[in-house]
Ligand binder design. Structure first.
Ligand code: HEM
Length: 230
């Protein structure tokens, strides 16, 4: 055996930068984070008019996201990331295993977390529209519902907030866990859109930004109609 041969360091697998999150999905995410924070601050300061406006903006964004989940870029589509509960559980079994990050878009378990967050945000924003309790809070559609129902909706709105915050804490903790335990940086792609992936991984298809703007306009129009006429 020739002991003089130089020891070569292991060659890192070749990777190239792939756009995994389009700009509309990223903007949606960080605007939701900003608006949820604004909803909390405006409520604490008792700026109810602003709280209602923030809720309406959130609802318009959510309607956009639901449409983008049907007609948007590949990784934003529900059909692409909604996996069976068995697949989600299968993914969770490897949660504590350090492995290569070759994931494009949400993983099988993350997809369910995304749906939970979207559902909770929808419950919060829709219940806020009809909110009218015995204290002082009023939503734009309050006069359309009887007092007993409005109070029930107010309870849903209050409880929904706590559940949403708990889900956000889990969401952020899981992302931290991915970074620390698995060595996967999920935040950078959500900021820049790009992720280093091996050449064997197919590049996801993107839809044009003008389509996102049209769908956002639809979201804004629906909220305006709801808040003005219904
Ligand atoms: C109010 C707080 C938050 C809410 C309501 C929220 C909600 C969401 C939603 C709905 C998605 C899915 C995005 C989509 O497909 O449209 C998502 C994904 C994501 N969020 Fe958040 N988020 C919050 C805070 C944060 C924070 C503080 C971070 C950074 C630590 C973060 C990092 C991420 C990342 C990295 C993803 C992509 C996960 C993946 O790769 O599958 N989020 N979040």
């Amino acid at each position: 055996m020739n002991t003089d041969e130089p020891v070569r360091p292991p060659v890192p697998p070749v990777r190239r930068s792939v756009l995994v999150w389009d700009a509309p999905t990223r903007l949606f995410h960080w605007l939701v984070v900003a608006l949820v924070t604004a909803a909390y601050v405006t409520l604490k300061l008792n700026w109810i008019d602003w709280h209602v406006r923030v809720g309406e903006a959130l609802l318009a964004l959510l309607i956009f996201r639901l449409l983008w989940g049907c007609f948007g870029s590949e990784t934003a589509r529900f059909r692409r990331f909604l996996a069976s509960p068995a697949a989600a559980l299968g993914h969770l079994r490897h949660l504590f295993r350090r492995d290569d990050d070759t994931q494009v878009g949400h993983n099988a378990a993350g997809g369910w977390m995304v749906m939970l967050l979207l559902a909770l945000l929808l419950i919060e924003t829709l219940s806020g529209l009809y909110l009218n309790n015995d204290i002082a809070d009023e939503g734009p559609l309050s006069e359309w519902v009887p007092a007993w129902l409005a109070n029930a909706i107010a309870s849903v709105h209050a409880l929904g907030w706590d559940v949403l915050l708990a889900a956000v804490v889990v969401h952020v903790l899981v992302i931290a866990l991915y970074a620390v335990v698995k060595g996967h940086n999920l935040v950078r792609p959500m900021l820049t859109g790009y992720k280093p992936l091996p050449p064997s991984v197919a590049v996801p298809q993107q839809r044009p930004t003008w389509l996102a703007l049209v769908l956002l306009a639809v979201g804004a129009a629906v909220v305006t109609l709801l808040a003005t006429y219904l």
